[in-house]
Design a protein around this ligand. Structure first.
Ligand SMILES: [Zn+2]
Length: 94
């Protein structure tokens, strides 16, 4: 009942949230399906992220230099968002 009322008041927001959830879920499923034994976790990814972004900005092949970070970004929606935000921020500053 409450859900229906909320949906009437915030139709767009509901949809956005649903989309986001679906995306997260897809990322999760993909990460389970394609898990590698040598993959890194979010924490390691986060620690390496600024170096990764710096390489990208310098025009170097970050994906080849740091394949595990690249790999993690492909499978983890949260880290990918963070990476993209960082990239946009640094481009704006440059
Ligand atoms: Zn992650």
């Amino acid at each position: 009942m409450l859900k229906n009322i909320k949906r009437k008041i915030f139709p767009d927001r509901q949809e956005e949230t649903a989309k986001l959830e679906a995306q997260k879920l897809r990322g999760l499923v993909r990460s389970i399906m394609t898990a590698r034994p040598d993959e890194i976790g979010c924490e390691e990814c986060y620690e390496a992220l600024d170096r990764f972004v710096e390489m990208k900005l310098a025009g170097k092949d970050a994906a080849e230099a740091m394949p595990l970070v690249q790999d993690h970004l492909e499978r983890c929606y949260g880290c990918k968002e963070e990476f993209e935000a960082l990239l946009v921020a640094l481009y704006a500053l440059a």
